[in-house]
Structures are given as structure tokens and as C-alpha cells.
Design a binder for this molecule. Structure first.
Ligand SMILES: [Zn+2]
Length: 263
């Protein structure tokens, strides 16, 4: 068939698949902090509790067709649902473009999905649930199997570097400011990230995460006019952003940084 572009079709397919997973992540973000099952019951409206029929639960599209309102009670549906579905779909496509279909793509897609879930729970509740991060350390320790550049040694060093270095920073911060700056949740998250990226990734991600956190922290402070001490900005989402940057551009950014240091 002339003009039939398989690559384009496949991109659409990967995006739809990612958006469906994003729909599931919405359920996890909403239910895990409340200790509710992520399997049953099916989706329901958080306001009127009506269960949502499958044709009103299609990622992104349903939100558009329902004009952002519940079919039954007409209360507004948070824009975050289609946002997270779109975001997950986009990451699926970007991973497909960078790594092709294979073990590496699958590994990083699961990893990014977990990071998205953790980030939004951290934004909502200022916690990173152990029920995600602790099994996450074990699950992502399979990086030496899924990622060609990783060895068992890299994985183990990454876990300890991630857990240990952030623990040291938290301890220093406590000594200087006499208050807790970083939660234990961040330390377990970074141990999980270390299992995936190894020791090189850990240092890149702490550096990038701190830069991003400072930059957005100042923006948020200026925008909301709330002083630093009163504002609680979770660190988890910035570590997650740093980790995602590392997956896509880590190698280039480290090389670029080393070149600058040499000149
Ligand atoms: Zn409703």
C-alpha cells in the first residue's frame, strides 16, 4: 500500500500503550497512599462514587469527550488524569525512539512508570511509600540483566552509593540547620535509582536533581511569595527528573561536563 507508514503506525501504537499504563498509574497514585487495592473495585468518580463504565475510561479521549466532567455528577475531573496519561505515552514513544523495542526499553519504561507514580504521590502527600521504593530496589537490581552496560558490581555499588550519599547529605543538613531537610523516603528512592543507573548515574542524578530543585524552588517561591522555611517542596520529583535526564542524555551530559572541566 503506497504511503502507508508502518513506523508512524507503530509510534501511535506505542503511545496508546503508554497512555493505558498511565491510566493505571493514576489509579496507583490515587490509591496506594490510602492503602486501597489497586485492582478492585474498578474506577469510580471520587466525588459521586459512581463506577465509571469502560467507554468513559479511555485514556485522554474520554476526558476530551466528557469535556473534563464526570458523566454522572458533572463535577470537574482533574486535568492531571489526562496529563499523566499523555506524559506516560510520550515517555513510551521517546524510549522506543532511543532504544527500539527490546529489554532495555521495557526496563526503562517500568522504571519511568514507577518514578511518575512516586513523584505525584510525593507532590500530594510529601511521602514516598516504602511499599513502592523497597521492592523497587530489588526489582530494578535486575539492571545488570536488562541493560547491556551494567554489571552486578555496578548495581550493588549504585544501591549503596544512592542510599549512602543522600544519607550523608541529610545528616550534614541536620547538623547545620538542626532540622530534617530530606526524608528517609528520598534515601530509599535514591537507592532504587542507584540500582538502575549504577554509581555514575547516582552522582549525576544528585547533581542534576539538586540543580533542578533549586531552580524550580526559587521559581515557586517567587511565584507563590512563600518564604523558604514555610514552603515544603518535595525532593522526590526532582530526583525523578534527574534520573529521566540521565536515561536519555546522561552519557552526553557527562562527556560535555568533563570537556568543560578540561578547558
Ligand atoms: Zn461523579
Amino acid at each position: 500500500m503506497m504511503g502507508f507508514n508502518y513506523f508512524f503506525m507503530f509510534t501511535i501504537f506505542v503511545f496508546i500503550f503508554g497512555a493505558c499504563i498511565g491510566s493505571f498509574l493514576n489509579v496507583c497514585i490515587y490509591r496506594i497512599p490510602e492503602n486501597n487495592s489497586i485492582v478492585t473495585p474498578g474506577s469510580f468518580c471520587p466525588v459521586c462514587k459512581q463506577s465509571i463504565p469502560f467507554y468513559c475510561n479511555i485514556p485522554i479521549l474520554s476526558y476530551v469527550f466528557l469535556k473534563g466532567r464526570c458523566k454522572f455528577c458533572h463535577n470537574p475531573i482533574s486535568i492531571r488524569y489526562p496529563f499523566i496519561e499523555t506524559l506516560t505515552g510520550i515517555f513510551a514513544v521517546l524510549l522506543f525512539y532511543k532504544f527500539g523495542i527490546g529489554l532495555t526499553m521495557v526496563y526503562w519504561f517500568v522504571f519511568i512508570s514507577v518514578l511518575i507514580t512516586i513523584s505525584f504521590i510525593d507532590i500530594d502527600h510529601q511521602i514516598i511509600p516504602d511499599i513502592i521504593s523497597l521492592p523497587g530496589i530489588l526489582i530494578f537490581a535486575s539492571s545488570f540483566y536488562f541493560l547491556p552496560e551494567m554489571t552486578i558490581k555496578d548495581t550493588i555499588l549504585g544501591i549503596f552509593a544512592g542510599g549512602g550519599s543522600l544519607y550523608a547529605v541529610a545528616f550534614l543538613y541536620f547538623l547545620i540547620k538542626k532540622q530534617e531537610g530530606m526524608g528517609g523516603g528520598d534515601i530509599k528512592l535514591l537507592a532504587m535509582i542507584g540500582a538502575a543507573t549504577g554509581i555514575k548515574g547516582v552522582f549525576f542524578i544528585i547533581f542534576a536533581g539538586s540543580l533542578l530543585g533549586t531552580f524550580f524552588g526559587i521559581l515557586i517561591m517567587v511565584y507563590t511569595r512563600i518564604a523558604d522555611s514555610k514552603l515544603k517542596i518535595p525532593f522526590g520529583p526532582f530526583l525523578a527528573m534527574g534520573a529521566i535526564l540521565y536515561i536519555f542524555f546522561g552519557e552526553q551530559l557527562i562527556q560535555w561536563y568533563l570537556t568543560i572541566l578540561r578547558t
